[in-house]
Write a protein that binds this ligand. Structure first.
Ligand code: 3PG
Length: 216
């Protein structure tokens, strides 16, 4: 494994944010849905896919989605060093966490996995910045103050770029993206549970395309 520096992680995370305006946050319960779901999102213009480690098949879903041409697959809900190891083994090329601990950050750096770590307050954002992480997830975005909160951080902490996630929708995403410190958003609205369950990949592709069209 090749270690990664915070600076490399920042660069990688900015690349991800510049690839598409939305990172789909995926909670996949059915491994047989992985390929179709991933392919539909990629075809719709959202190639950066965050598969949350919240289901028993999540690691297999990552491995399956990692085979999709044009897809960039990461693991979300990273909590422990073991999660990081598992994610890397499965083929994840980036990691996302709801918050941040030194243990988790150390593990990601050791495993060479760029981490998009979560912060919810000025202090948490500053703490991550002390460790070198200037591209951060803002979670849970809507519950923690939404776009006005992030806009308020832009003046005192202009060095930090955020990817807000949690309660973000097609309707409120433009408010976040209007802020100078936001380059992309994360959200599950492009992969609603019922549509994934029905394996209606045409509908997923339309949701992805709508997001790209409205938010690019
Ligand atoms: C999550 O961790 O579940 C993400 O932040 C997605 O939140 P959402 O389902 O509100 O988009």
């Amino acid at each position: 494994m090749t270690k990664i520096t915070p600076q490399d992680a920042n660069k990688r995370n900015l690349e991800l944010c510049n690839t598409a305006p939305v990172i789909p946050v995926l909670v996949v319960n059915d491994l047989s849905a992985a390929r179709g779901l991933g392919e539909a999102l990629v075809a719709g213009g959202l190639p950066v896919l965050e598969v949350t480690l919240r289901t028993s098949c999540a690691l297999d879903v990552i491995a399956e989605m990692a085979k999709i041409k044009g897809g960039i697959v990461g693991a979300g809900t990273l909590i422990t060093p073991q999660d990081v190891k598992n994610a890397v083994e499965a083929g994840a090329t980036f990691g996302v966490s709801p918050g941040a601990t030194d243990t988790l950050i150390d593990a990601c750096e050791a495993e060479g996995l760029p981490l998009l770590a979560g912060a919810t307050s000025a202090s948490e954002a500053m703490r991550l910045m002390e460790r070198g992480y200037t591209v951060q997830k803002f979670f849970p975005a809507e519950a923690a103050g939404g776009a006005p909160f992030l806009q308020s951080l832009a003046s005192p902490l202009p060095q930090i770029t955020f990817c807000p996630t949690g309660g973000v929708s097609l309707e409120n995403a433009p408010h976040y993206l209007a802020s100078s410190n936001v380059k992309c958003v994360g959200g599950s609205w492009v992969a609603p549970k019922d549509i994934v369950k029905a394996k209606n990949w045409a509908a997923i592709e339309i949701l992805a395309k709508d997001a790209v069209e409205a938010l690019s």
